[in-house]
Design a protein around this ligand. Structure first.
Ligand code: 6PG
Length: 234
């Protein structure tokens, strides 16, 4: 595991975007294609905005999400909407390679279990991801896997519906920890003092039931990107 610390959230976003562009370009050079899992949250969205000017072959990139707020299409609170505004609307990605999770007014209607199942079917043909980006919540959640929730105990399914989330909106769809761990690289990115205790606990080896972010690992590499404040309780 690698821990990288930056003075400010802006420096973190810029460094993570540079490293992401390099990682994806290297995957494209090796295999002709790359895949990335996007996250919601302020830090992750800032990284996406910083990635806009990266010299990537955008047409050879598959884009997935680690979690989604289960809301109507185009809702400003959807992670997809925020990622489109921050990055995807500004670069020539292939629309058919942008794999968003279903909205609550889409083909599965207001049924997050059906939306989760459909995403699991999509991912069944995707054995790994090059880089999985994740945020971290104040109580240690990552994606929409909250402490001591059914999602954190899930061992079989790749994608689950999440209800009664402590962070609004209450209904979400999320990759599970076993599916996150299929990624070659998992990058956990977080800033601010409010995250410091959760970060310290995760890095000290907390259980994933207590601190779900502690269970997010890549099979090749796990990198924590922290600003000074988020690193301050270590
Ligand atoms: C979401 C996110 C969530 C987020 C963290 C961190 O849908 O809410 O995917 O897991 O990444 O809560 O959010 P901040 O970076 O805004 O603190």
């Amino acid at each position: 595991m690698t821990v990288l610390t930056y003075d400010t959230p802006e420096e973190l976003a810029s460094a993570a975007a540079d490293r992401l562009a390099a990682a994806l370009a290297s995957a494209q050079a090796a295999r002709g294609t790359a895949s990335v899992v996007l996250t919601g949250g302020r830090t992750g969205t800032a990284v996406l905005a910083a990635l806009r000017s990266a010299p990537l072959d955008w047409s050879a990139l598959d884009v997935y999400w680690g979690d989604e707020r289960f809301l109507p299409a185009g809702d400003p609170e959807r992670n997809e909407t925020q990622a489109r505004e921050a990055l995807l609307d500004h670069v020539p990605v292939s629309p058919d390679r942008v794999h968003a999770m279903a909205p609550s007014d889409g083909e599965f209607g207001d049924d997050p279990d059906a939306a989760a199942e459909a995403y699991a079917v999509l991912l069944a043909g995707v054995p790994t991801f090059d880089v999985c980006l994740l945020g971290v919540g104040e109580e240690g959640h990552t994606a929409s896997i909250f402490p001591h929730s059914p999602a954190v105990l899930e061992t079989a399914r790749a994608v689950v519906a999440v209800r009664d989330c402590p962070k609004p909106p209450p209904t979400r769809v999320s990759l599970t920890l076993p599916r996150i761990r299929t990624a070659a690289e998992v990058w956990l990115m977080t800033t601010g003092e409010a995250k410091a205790e959760a970060v310290a606990a995760a890095l000290a080896g907390a259980s994933e039931q207590d601190i779900p972010a502690a269970g997010a690992r890549g099979h090749r590499e796990t990198i924590w990107f922290l600003d000074q404040k988020a690193a301050s309780a270590r």
